[in-house]
Design a protein around this ligand. Sequence first.
Ligand code: 13P
Length: 257
Amino acid sequence: MTRVLRTPIFAANWKLNHGPTDARAFMQRFLQQVPRVDDRSLLIFPSALSLAAVVDAIKDRPDVIVGVQQVHTESLGAFTGENSVVIARDAGARAVLVGHSERRHLFGETDEATGRKMRLALDARLIPMLCVGETLAEREAGATEHVVLRQLEAGLSALSVAEVSQVVLAYEPVWAIGTGRTATPADASAIHGVLRGALRSRAGDRAGHIPICYGGSVNRGNVAELLAAPDVDGVLVGGASLDADGWSAIVRTEVAH
Ligand code: 13P
């Protein structure tokens, strides 16, 4: 059984940054500094308006995967302003973020919507990266495991056992996103272990092959120790992915296997 992506995974979520002009400049500098890799997976999630610029930049670099940050719960139709799995795939995307905490908390994305989007993503042959994570209040109330397991179950609810093994997870504690407060490798590992256990009860032995990334204030200084932690198969990075030189250094991190 092969993994959906080679690990470790280095995923850049540019959020609402880098228009096409910046994206082109970033990609030129990044690709110069990072020769083709075959021992890790490189993903970039630009703004949908910059997708074409990144797709064009990687046309000779099949080792780099581009994705979209958000899609609608319907594929096509009268939904002004939305992105679609079908259109994203046609435009060159191969992956999609589902249930990012900013979508959940700023835009009201529900657990139910994440389940629907995971289904649509696989139907459109996109690799879905399902994001889960607790808020500070939920953590302080001792509800972390309950919250991430609820989000996981909802995200996977419309998938068969075989399909569950096609997904990628990202654990992103909301209190660690953009705050400079990173979960310790032990904290991340503990929750990844909980997620792995839930995957195992759904997908048996295949669960061991489902990558679980960590996200939340990952940077050059902490990436190596996070990736060395048990069950941390990759990183999903916001702020520290915006500078081409800094991101190039992060994706070249030596990882102990
Ligand atoms: P930061 O790396 O800026 O904390 O963002 C994490 C994130 O939300 C990635 O999806």
